[in-house]
Write a new protein. Structure first.
Length: 349
């Protein structure tokens, strides 16, 4: 049994879907990998990463057997590095136990939440579970004119109940993809193209003017500011790096040595003369530090970056000296990877 909602969406999707490298595939590895890569990531940004991962790790066994550092390196630029760590852990579990055979089994994997489990289980296993992501929340909030904030429990429950009424089909995977595709290409956050929507005649909004009032959301908290002092110690052939421990941003990546300072005043008035390595640079000309601003989802990073050239790799309080030719193989935080790209002569490129 199906509903007009599901029939219209599936018919529309069959004529309008985007060609994506993991679509029309029943390979669970491709489906799962694409869903993990696209968490918090737009399709245009995530697609090149999908190709990179498949080229480096053609099978789930290849991914499971890879060194963590290689996984992080391929992930570089996507952010949320805990996702990469969970991807690797889940691959090891799947390689050992086989691909899950139900929604609940997918949900038990590291890094797999209700949305990802539902998407993979419906597409791969044809299991009848709706996958609720941001696109689906927006489509249903407008379709039903849901008056609650969809990023709160009451609003999410209202969307789930609405889907319980309308999610009736023998093609659950296709219907999930259709809802997500509609949200990504037609029922967009701004300037929705209601005249192109297959649901327009049934929609409680039906026009861009009405749709602008939905979905209703509780405002996000303002990102907190963090102030980082970093040092790029380098010689002709080497530079100093520190692999981050778990528990903070960039965990497992190679960060530059330095420190976080407590506030803007300490950041602005930082004094190199008080650092434990001051004796190494006494009398050496130190250029004015560069200031970098880097935006994360919940944090705004203000970074003061000093370039400190030394005649040779000297013992320092942190990190390890890496030869410049090794840097392309290391997973680096995006602001420092970008900075190196902008200063190729520092590492002899």
């Amino acid at each position: 049994m199906s509903t007009p909602f599901s029939e219209l969406l599936i018919h529309w999707f069959s004529k309008n879907y985007r060609e994506l490298p993991w679509r029309n595939s029943k390979n669970p590895y491709y489906i799962w990998l694409s869903e993990i890569l696209l968490q918090q990531t737009r399709v245009a940004q995530g697609t090149p990463y999908f190709h990179r991962f498949i080229a480096a790790f053609p099978t789930i066994q290849d991914l499971a057997n890879a060194p963590e550092e290689q996984v992080f390196k391929l992930w570089q630029g996507l952010g949320y590095y805990n996702r990469a760590r969970n991807l690797h852990a889940a691959a090891k579990k799947i390689a050992h136990q086989g691909f899950p055979t139900s929604y609940q089994a997918w949900l038990a994997l590291p890094g797999v939440g209700p949305y990802t489990a539902a998407a993979v289980a419906s597409i791969y296993l044809n299991e009848h579970v709706p996958a609720i992501d941001g696109n689906v929340l927006r489509v249903m909030a407008r379709f039903m004119a849901i008056p609650y904030e969809v990023n709160q429990a009451e609003g999410f429950k209202a969307v789930s109940l609405a889907l319980g009424t309308h999610f009736k089909t023998n093609q659950p995977g296709t219907l999930n993809e259709a809802m997500m595709e509609l949200g990504a290409t037609v029922c967009t956050p701004k300037q929705p193209q209601c005249h192109l929507c297959p649901l327009q005649a049934l929609c409680a909004c039906g026009t861009p003017e009405k749709a602008a009032d939905y979905p209703r959301k509780k405002p996000k908290k303002k990102p907190i500011d963090r102030y980082l002092i970093r040092y790029f110690f380098y010689t002709e052939n080497e530079s100093l790096w520190l692999r981050r421990a778990k528990g903070d941003i960039w965990a497992g990546l190679y960060d530059l040595p330095g420190q976080d300072v407590t506030d803007l005043n300490a950041f602005q008035h930082h004094n190199l003369d008080k650092e434990p390595f001051a004796h190494l640079i006494a009398g050496e000309p130190i250029s004015k530090p560069e200031e970098i601003k880097h935006q994360l989802t919940h944090q705004t990073l203000y970074i003061k970056l000093y370039k400190i050239n030394l005649p040779q790799s000297s013992p320092l309080p942190w990190g390890q000296w890496m030869e410049h030719h090794q840097l392309p193989t290391l997973a680096l935080p995006r602001p420092f990877a970008k900075w190196l790209e902008e200063h190729p002569t520092l590492i002899g490129e």
